[in-house]
Unconditional design. Structure first.
Length: 259
């Protein structure tokens, strides 16, 4: 971290290679950088690491997290899938920092919705599965340092996304109605770089909004996209854990995020 740049006190990112995610008025806010990594219009707050086809973005981000810290963005150059992972440095206990999972899910859904045909339905299925026209085609994940207690501030977190752009050659459209690809749903011009960059931008905006306004809007955004609603059932997200809370007929059910 460059000398003179101290952690901001914002709850999600304490530092990011000389910049941090903060409110728009912050003088540290980075300007969009000209990409030399194949990612279009990527804000300078991110430090991209490109992987070849077959790479594992989450594994790479986990390996780099202790050394490179917040803003590290591992992504895979691939034709048939988009896959990326971002390192965060929270300043809150792990239990409440898990809401970053929902910020990543919202960002993936928002990026896909913004890049696709207007008639495409984009939803989320708990926990963190991307649905496009009711077919599964992506997911988000979250990882923390092994053994971190829920009431301790983790050294870092990694949020990751993946989305199916195309099925393998020879796949018959409609053969598996429960699964789809973005190409099948009309995203003919989309590639992994464009989706990765869009996810990163939406993620940054979502984290900034969480920092500025608290977890309520983040939770409401996620719940608004959540599929499989049951009539008469109330749904909420616990801001202290990120768990999904379901209530109906006086009964309460809690569904935890994946460990």
């Amino acid at each position: 971290m460059p000398s003179g740049h101290q952690p901001s006190g914002d709850p999600l990112w304490s530092r990011c290679r000389g910049a941090h995610i903060c409110r728009p008025s912050c003088p540290c806010e980075g300007e969009p950088a000209i990409s030399t990594t194949g990612l279009p219009d990527l804000p300078s707050v991110f430090a991209p690491v490109a992987l070849r086809e077959g790479g594992d973005a989450l594994a790479r981000a986990l390996a780099l997290a202790p050394e490179r810290g917040a803003g590290t963005l591992a992504w895979v150059r691939a034709y048939a899938r988009a896959e990326a992972a971002v390192v965060l440095e929270p300043e809150m206990p792990l239990a409440s920092a898990r809401l970053a999972f929902h910020a990543a899910a919202n960002a993936l859904a928002d990026a896909v919705a913004a890049l696709g045909p207007p008639e495409v339905a984009v939803q989320l299925r708990w926990p963190g599965v991307l649905l496009v026209n009711a077919g599964e085609c992506g997911r988000v994940r979250l990882a923390a340092p092994p053994g971190t207690p829920e009431d301790a501030v983790p050294d870092w977190l990694v949020v990751a996304m993946e989305a199916r752009l195309a099925f393998p050659e020879g796949h018959e459209p409609g053969r598996d109605p429960g699964r789809t690809s973005l190409f099948e749903e009309g995203f003919s011009d989309l590639d992994s770089a464009a989706l990765t960059a869009a996810w990163a931008r939406h993620l940054m905006a979502g984290l900034d909004d969480w920092q500025a306004r608290g977890p309520k809007r983040l939770a409401e955004h996620c719940l608004a996209r959540l599929a499989d609603a049951v009539p008469g059932q109330r749904r909420g997200i616990d801001p202290g854990t990120g768990d999904l809370v379901l209530e109906r007929d006086g009964l309460r059910e809690r569904q935890a995020l994946p460990a």
